[in-house]
Design a protein around this ligand. Structure first.
Ligand code: SF4
Length: 430
């Protein structure tokens, strides 16, 4: 009888020896610590969502609530109480409380609209539920007109160390045309207030708003740079059928820049930002000297968990991606009944995970090929050699032994390179 050596050939030779007890063969396994297993030691990101806004911006396609005509304080209080209850409920249900927290992101909607007492209540609930002694990155989205000196002081005391200001434009005509209540003067004042807190400040701009011209765009980019903030994000305006822009465009009451014009605006912004020493950590966010890179989004894009709280919030836990109920009343009802308010989800297959990793990691300008192989066992550059070769020849990416990196042209074209490599991956499966 053949002695079973548990070597590779026992698996593959045409005989009945080499009973498969496990795969891969445990001769390939390496020493490990118990802490490496399970989810307990794995970093967790937290996302909190509030749906309330000062107004409905004309380009907005999110599900938001402006509080006109309602008892706004009572409504916000009821919602925040539910949010705090959900935090405790989900942390208990999924045993999240002992996991190391990588980042907290309070988005919306407009979280800076919440009264100070409610912001404090949310922060206190997080403190009581999670281990936050190391003061993880804590971002709060703010609309300029809602950021008073008192609120900024409070945010500082709550350990908010990154404030993301939704400015969008510094041109008063464009701001007004977007149905926003800000102005250039108010935005600049709010940015100064935010800077006093010592937090990292990010300014969001949007390229392609109604009425934008090269002159107005030059002005907005120049103003953003003049503030000296650590981080500047430029989002492309996207048109969706549930936005006011869509109706206005249909009624021919506004003109939006064409995609080609928008590309020219983005190219201009990219050039000015990079000349000023801002480096992209994603194709849409640039930080001064490449410092103060955001922790929250890159962690999620690389596949870490993000538990999402609040109405319509999107999250990920293990191989599940999920979304909470997107109806405020239904969400509140779930919480009243002591239930996790999840509405829909998707279990990520290994194919989903691999494709998702390519698309989302490529947002971060570079994809590490060794990390990809360590995770999936494949050399991506061999698996998708054609697509990667074409993208390189067309000037969108550079490829080395270690990584695929977006060129400035690749950064300008956003998700294009990631989507094209992912498409090539998907074709192999179908
Ligand atoms: S502030 Fe943001 S979330 Fe609220 S309506 Fe405007 S774009 Fe939408």
């Amino acid at each position: 009888m053949t002695i079973n050596t548990r070597k590779e050939h026992d698996y593959w030779d045409p005989n009945r020896t080499g009973f498969v007890t496990n795969y891969p063969n445990f001769m390939q396994w390496r020493r490990m610590e118990s802490g490496q297993m399970g989810t307990e030691g794995k970093p967790l990101n937290l996302y909190l969502h509030t749906p309330f806004c000062v107004q409905r911006c004309s380009y907005c396609y999110y599900k938001t609530t402006n509080l006109r005509g309602t008892d706004k304080n009572a409504r916000m209080e009821r919602y925040v109480n539910a949010l705090c209850q959900e935090i405790k409920l989900a942390a208990d249900h999924y045993q999240l409380g002992n996991r190391p927290i990588n980042s907290i992101y309070f988005g919306g909607g407009t979280p800076s609209l919440l009264p100070e007492a409610l912001l404090e209540r949310v922060a206190q609930t997080l403190q009581d539920t999670f281990k936050l002694g190391h003061q993880p990155e804590f971002t709060l989205e703010a609309e300029p007109i809602t950021l008073t000196p008192g609120k900024a002081e409070l945010l500082k005391s709550l350990n908010v160390n990154r404030i993301s200001m939704g400015v969008q434009s510094f041109d008063d005509g464009i701001i007004k045309g977007s149905n926003r209540s800000d102005s250039e003067k108010k935005a600049l004042k709010a940015i100064e207030i935010a800077k006093q807190t010592g937090a990292v400040i990010n300014i969001d701009l949007m390229s392609g708003l109604a009425g934008e011209t090269m002159d107005t765009w030059r002005h907005s980019v120049g103003r953003a740079l003049s503030t000296g903030v650590e981080s500047i994000t430029v989002y492309k305006t996207e048109l969706y059928t549930n936005s006011t822009y869509y109706k206005q465009l249909r009624d021919q009451t506004i003109v939006l820049p064409s995609d080609e014009e928008e590309l020219v605006y983005m190219q201009y912004a990219q050039d000015r930002l990079m000349e000023a020493g801002y480096q992209p950590w994603s194709f849409y966010t640039f930080t001064k000297n490449g410092e103060n890179v955001h922790k929250h989004s890159p962690s999620i894009f690389r596949g870490d968990d993000c538990y999402a709280f609040g109405v319509s919030a999107f999250g990920r836990l293990g191989d599940w991606v999920f979304q909470n109920s997107n109806e405020e009343e239904r969400y509140l009802q779930f919480i009243d009944e002591g239930q996790i308010p999840v509405q829909r989800g998707h279990f990520l297959t290994s194919q989903d995970n691999m494709t998702r990793d390519v698309v989302l990691t490529m947002k971060l300008v570079s994809l590490n090929l060794d990390n990809f192989q360590a995770k999936y066992g494949f050399r991506l550059e061999k698996l998708c050699a054609d697509a990667i070769g074409e993208l390189r020849n067309e000037g969108y990416i550079d490829v080395s032994e270690e990584e695929i990196r977006l060129t400035p042209k690749g950064v300008l074209h956003g998700d294009y390179s990631g989507k094209r490599i992912a498409q090539s991956l998907m074709r192999m499966y179908h």
